[in-house]
Design a protein around this ligand. Structure first.
Ligand SMILES: Nc1ncnc2c1ncn2[C@@H]1O[C@H](COP(=O)(O)OP(=O)(O)OP(=O)(O)O)[C@@H](O)[C@H]1O
Length: 412
């Protein structure tokens, strides 16, 4: 295999500073205030080996601080390794800090030229692609305004568009799903697929296992700077999720069994998991626990956050009661949920029509830290749902349907 990216025994060290502050009055009297020391060195990345071929996409998962961005930066030539080496063949497109390189006083048009040329295109090449770049970013109306008048979303869209129109042979992508709304994200996804199909080698950091499984050929899991699992995306993300669940379990405070407002029993570490920094206090299904096939369903989650929590992510899943099969999985990531919550509130999911096969299900609800690292509160198989009507089916779906049968000769 001729690798477009070859990473060998890569290591990067940083210095970590501690707040050397005594915690108690006694400690203060005994030790006095110590000055901030030189800090201790640690390996943010170590012993990383990875080769990515042209046309291949490799996903990177790992908790905050695991070294994912450091790996992408070193691959993009930002910073120097303390151990090992990175070799990259071809032009690099980086979707790291989108829009960060723009100059606020220049117009969008001027910035497109500056960043296009910086990415290795000639002026003529930028000119030829200009229309495509602007229309992809959906900024036709504001391209001649100074970039400082753009919202951060507009800057990110322009940054993404320039990067994906420079014919990169190697693309480094950090959590691009924070760009724009759902329609724009779908467009980004499709563009990334096209670039891959044209032979570009891609490294993708994502907190979404689904995205990694759908897009990538392989994945690696970074933990404290080292690769702990590498292989098929489903295997890597599966193991990562198991660990995330056990992290949630570890953080779940011991509490006596409580009753949800609807009267259902909630037992910690059996059907309820999470740190409870945001607590789900009630879940209401409308029209109710029983609905007809193809009817609308509204899931209203009442929550309480005693202290302010930034950008929690709400999730609603529907699983089949007999085998736990996941039939639906939706979360607020798609609405760019960046708000802070404090006190009581509601998160409401309205499903226009639920075309599930008739049968018994559970509605599973959760609220998670914004990077999915652990649950604040997750209620699993607590809220039953029965879908009535329709013909019985072994499948999951129960859409409206009609059969037409044509034959030359009907059986008599
Ligand atoms: N310039 C720096 N100086 C000191 N420490 C750093 C520097 N850059 C990163 N680190 C530290 O290196 C470790 C790895 O950071 P990195 O940003 O690569 O992690 P990450 O997996 O991308 O995390 P996240 O998901 O939060 O972006 C962290 O402990 C981080 O604090």
């Amino acid at each position: 295999m001729t690798a477009a990216i070859r990473i060998e025994n890569l290591g990067k060290r940083f210095r970590r500073y501690h707040a050397d502050r005594p915690r108690t009055l006694k400690e203060t009297l005994v030790s006095g205030w110590r000055p901030r020391g030189k800090g201790e060195e640690f390996w943010a990345l170590r012993h990383v080996d990875l080769a990515v071929a042209a046309g291949e996409m490799v996903g990177i998962v790992g908790q905050n601080g695991a070294g994912k961005s450091t790996l992408l930066q070193l691959t993009g030539g930002v910073g120097t390794p303390d151990e090992g080496a990175v070799r990259v063949r071809g032009r690099i497109g980086a979707l790291l800090d989108l829009g960060a390189g723009f100059s606020g006083d220049l117009t969008g048009r001027e910035n497109v030229f500056v960043t296009g040329v910086a990415a290795g295109l000639t002026i003529r090449e930028v000119r030829r692609r200009f229309e495509r770049i602007v229309s992809f970013a959906e900024l036709e109306d504001s391209i001649d305004n100074p970039v400082r008048t753009y919202s951060s979303g507009m800057q990110m869209r322009l940054g993404f568009s320039v990067a994906v129109h420079t014919d990169p042979e190697v693309l480094l992508v950090d959590e691009f799903l924070s760009v724009g709304d759902l329609a724009f994200q779908t467009k980004c996804l499709n563009r990334i697929r096209e670039i891959k199909a044209s032979g570009c080698a891609i490294l993708l950091i994502s907190h979404s296992p689904t995205q990694i499984n759908e897009l990538c050929d392989r994945a690696i899991w970074l933990k404290r700077g080292e690769v702990v699992v590498a292989g098929l995306p489903e295997v890597v993300t599966g193991q990562y999720e198991v660990e995330m669940r056990s992290e949630t379990r570890r953080r779940t405070p011991h509490r006596p069994t409580t009753l949800a407002a609807s009267g259902l029993k909630l037992e910690v570490n059996r059907n309820r998991f999470g740190s409870q920094e945001v607590e789900i206090v009630d879940v209401r299904l409308t029209p109710g626990e029983e609905i007809g096939q193809g009817e609308a369903l509204v899931v209203a989650i009442e929550f309480n956050a005693p202290k302010a929590v930034r950008a929690p992510r709400f999730n609603v899943g529907i699983s089949r009661a007999e085998d736990g099969f996941s039939c639906l999985d939706l979360n607020t990531e798609v609405i760019g949920d960046r708000a802070e919550v404090l006190g009581r509130g509601w998160a409401t999911l309205s499903i226009k029509r639920l075309d599930l096969a008739a049968g018994r299900y559970y509605v599973n609800v959760g609220v998670f830290q914004s990077d999915w690292e652990y649950a604040y509160d997750y209620h699993w198989e607590v809220y039953p749902l029965r879908v009535e009507g329709g013909v019985s089916s072994k499948g999951v779906l129960g859409p409206p349907f009609r059969w037409d049968l044509e034959a030359h000769r009907a059986l008599s």
